[in-house]
Design a binder for this molecule. Structure first.
Ligand code: FAD
Ligand code: GLY
Length: 357
């Protein structure tokens, strides 16, 4: 069996992006995926690049998210050049809206620290919002417009990263489940899979919500758990919205071909990916209260996915302190799509820097 420099376990957005960055740096890379590329959380994601929409308080990940958001124009261009895939990058901003006076006060507080952190955040009255987005409910109190936030098509981004990695000579093995990372004398020697043994010098664990068994080998306290999110998609022949609306972790995002992606629920510790009828009813009710014109839209589809949250509430992105060739990058929770360009470069630099010839 041929030997690889680096094996990436898991073909979600994180694994595919790291593979692409490593392959561009000249390493011989393989992605091993138990299903198909972009079949986990990265398939379910709404694709919001919501640095300002998602961060209510400052933390160190905020700076990483800002840097990552800034990389998207180049990522979109490179993937299109290398694969012909359009990742659906839209840079029309995001509106964070307030339905009550309490929410209005809160989003104004958030705006204050974000402006101090160097972001743009434009305060708009209900009437001002409706001048640019006339279908938004007149019941809203106001909104803050974040012109620098945006969105992409998450499955297209993920497949684009994997195929761009392949264009730089990475190999992709789908329907190949990794059973065990094999370590001898404190060095990674390969991975045992359902399709046999793959020898390699480096392994990166990017298995999202399913990472706990591999993480225990990394650090006995580490683990990820799923936070299930249910989403619906509606379609309309009449344009209803130019940019996504965001309200307390709920959102309506206009997508290509007249689609509107709406969600998402948050259910920790559920590995079950069915969509409950009651969740659909709740999502529709909330969506109609913000964008009443959606009542005339027609049904497209629904789905669910599992956000990977870590036991520590922060992503794990590191090299093992003593086992040569063992790396992890998982636990990006609600923002793995947004963070992926930065994480890809960060992890690839770490892996290339630690590569032992
Ligand atoms: P995944 O995409 O889950 O990939 C992990 C892969 O590992 C899977 O394909 C799985 O099959 C594979 N795998 C697992 N075990 C094995 C094994 N033993 N062997 C081989 N392969 C294995 N983020 C944003 O930035 N913006 C958003 O708007 C957004 N919206 C979201 C909406 C929903 C409903 C959900 C669920 C998530 C959303 N997210 C969003 C979060 C984002 O989807 C995740 O943070 C991101 O996709 C995680 O990527 P990943 O590659 O770590 O995990
Ligand atoms: N970031 C959007 C979500 O996780 O639903």
């Amino acid at each position: 069996m041929k030997s690889y420099d680096s094996i990436i376990i898991g073909g979600g957005v994180i694994g595919s992006t790291i593979a692409h960055c490593l392959a561009e740096q000249g390493l011989h890379v393989a992605i091993l995926e138990k299903n198909e590329i972009a079949s986990g959380a990265s398939h379910a994601a709404a694709g919001l690049l919501g640095v300002q929409a998602e961060w209510d308080e400052y933390d160190p990940l905020y700076d990483m998210a800002r840097k990552s958001r800034a990389l998207f124009p180049k990522v979109a261009e490179k993937i299109r050049e290398k694969t012909g895939i359009d990742i659906g990058y839209e840079a029309k901003g995001i509106y964070r809206i307030a339905h009550t006076e309490e929410e209005w006060q809160r989003i104004k507080e958030i705006r204050t620290w974000q402006i101090a952190a160097g972001e743009e955040a434009v305060l708009l009255s209900s009437e001002e919002v409706r001048k640019v987005e006339p279908n938004v409910s007149s019941e809203i109190v106001g909104a803050v417009y974040y012109p620098t936030d945006g969105h992409v098509l998450a499955p297209a981004l993920t497949k684009g990263q994997a195929l761009a990695a392949a264009a730089s000579s990475a190999e992709i093995f789908e329907y190949t489940t990794v059973l065990q990372i094999v370590v001898k004398d404190e060095k990674v020697t390969g991975v045992q899979t359902t399709e046999g043994f793959f020898p390699c010098k480096q392994v990166c664990i990017t298995t999202g919500a399913w990472s706990t068994p591999f993480l225990k080998q990394f650090n006995k306290n580490y683990g990820t758990y799923p936070v299930k999110g249910e989403v619906i998609s509606l379609k309309s022949n009449r344009p209803l919205l130019k940019a996504p609306l965001f309200l307390k972790r709920f959102y309506i995002a206009p997508k290509r071909y007249g689609k509107y992606v709406i969600g998402a629920t948050m259910e920790p510790h559920s590995f079950q990916e069915q969509v409950k009828a009651s969740s659909v009813a709740d999502i529709l009710q909330r969506a109609f209260s913000i964008l009443p014109a959606l009542q005339d839209a027609t049904w497209d589809r629904t789905w669910a996915g599992l956000r990977p949250e870590s036991n520590e509430g922060r992503p794990y992105m590191e090299a093992h302190p003593t086992i040569q060739g063992l790396f992890v990058s998982t636990g990006h929770y609600r923002n793995g799509i947004l963070l992926s360009p930065f994480v890809g470069e960060y992890m690839a630099n770490k892996m290339v820097g630690n590569y032992v010839y």
